[in-house]
Design a protein around this ligand. Structure first.
Ligand code: SAH
Length: 387
């Protein structure tokens, strides 16, 4: 049993059942035993692999997107580029390669302030090592000779407002790691789903109190006649909280021209009725039971893009329909970038590059399971290719 499991059980025995979102937050970000405090999580040898870890083309195309968006916003001298949940820093490393190349051609901002939003100290050190290529010192520093400054913060809401900067915020596989609340239909009422102790004293799901306030989307699910035991998931409270990412981005977007790019797995719920449980544990690239090893396995749940889009638009931000990852990467020139990378390489290397790039846009696969959402300040041109 993990030490986090032992602590959670005694807390539940003492204080009563724990809401699912609280349980998920504890498993991922408990300061002592949270999953992300272990640095081995990501990558081919970790529990799961993300798009930037598969192919450098992913981050490079996002770099091109960010550069084109900055140009479309009038190419001001100062750009603030923010990443939520940067993992090992691989995505930002590939993005910065594009900006350095553009700088050599004098088509990049003179001052590039890179802000990494990361809770965990060990992850910050990992990101610093990737981005500085040296020791893991994650304190801020002066700009390097390419005009790049690296800064860390633990919440988007803590960004100070800088009247002049254009802000671009990137989030790949960040929202799926935010705690999800679950509700369960019981005798025609939505009740909170909680983590309790089963008869055997082990962690188990249970039905908690009826919910006082309906979450957006619940009414449609109720109207569609969902039966007892059906689960409804929502991150609404987490994302719209005062310090949550939606409110924080809306604040920034009202103060300076800003764009947000969210890439994650999930769906748009075209039917308008959202039910079904997607909370999952992953260890060593395989699904596991969510209670098997709290703090040792990754927990994540689908991102509900309709919920995120509505929350952003309710907060006053402009949104456009999402694109699939395959559509987004194709529009940004995946094939052309691949051809450039392959040119002059031996057959084995060229084949490996081709296989990795294909994985990003495979359908069925990452190409259609992952979606891309763009939101931006009202009144600015909607970034390509969302317009
Ligand atoms: N974007 C990366 C890694 C995704 S893993 C990639 O594509 O490879 C999720 C990342 O979000 C980790 O860096 C984790 O430590 C961080 N994280 C998780 N919850 C967070 C929160 N609430 N606030 C800030 N960072 C968080």
């Amino acid at each position: 049993m993990t030490s986090l499991a032992t602590r959670l059980k005694s807390e539940i025995a003492r204080d009563g059942p724990m809401a699912v979102d609280v349980f998920m937050a504890r498993c991922l970000t408990d300061p002592q035993d949270g999953y992300y405090t272990r640095q081995t999580a990501l990558g081919a040898n970790g529990d799961f692999i993300t798009a930037p870890e598969i192919s450098q083309i992913f981050g490079e195309l996002i770099g091109i997107w960010a550069l084109a968006t900055w140009q479309a916003l009038g190419a001001p001298a100062h750009l603030r580029l923010v990443e939520l949940g940067p993992g090992r820093g691989t995505l930002m490393q590939d993005v910065l390669r594009v900006f350095r190349g553009a700088r050599a051609r004098k088509t990049a901002p003179a001052k590039l302030e890179v802000v990494l939003v990361e809770l965990d100290g060990a992850m910050r050190a990992r990101q610093a090592a990737t981005l500085r290529g040296t020791s893991g010192d994650a304190s801020g520093d002066a700009s390097d000779d390419a005009g790049v400054t690296l800064l860390w913060t633990d919440s988007l809401s803590k960004l100070r407002h800088d009247g002049t900067a254009v802000t671009i915020v990137l989030a790949n596989e960040f929202f799926d790691a935010l705690p999800v609340a679950q509700y369960v239909m019981s005798e025609r009422q939505w009740c909170q789903r909680v983590v309790a102790l089963g008869r055997d004293g082990e962690l188990a799901f249970a039905i908690g109190q009826p919910v006082a306030a309906a979450m957006p989307g619940m009414a449609a699910a109720s109207a569609a006649g969902v039966g007892d035991g059906q689960v409804f998931e929502s991150r609404h409270s987490v994302i719209v909280a005062t310090s949550g990412p939606v409110r924080a981005f809306a604040d920034i977007a009202s103060q300076c021209p800003a764009a947000l790019l969210v890439i994650d797995y999930g769906d748009t719920c075209a039917s308008g009725v959202r039910t079904g449980e997607t909370l999952q544990a992953v260890a060593a690239h395989r699904f596991a039971d969510v209670f098997e090893a709290p703090g040792m396995h990754d927990l994540s749940a689908h991102v509900d893009f309709s919920e995120l889009t509505s929350a952003l638009s309710d907060a006053g931000v402009a949104t456009r329909p999402t694109l699939s990852q395959a559509e987004f990467l194709a529009a940004l020139g995946l094939e052309a970038r691949l051809a450039t990378l392959i040119a002059g390489k031996d057959a084995a290397t060229a084949n490996a590059l081709q296989v990795d790039a294909s994985r990003l846009v495979a359908e069925p696969g990452m190409g259609d399971r992952f979606r891309v959402l763009c939101a931006c300040s009202q009144g600015i041109a909607v970034p390509y290719p969302f317009a």
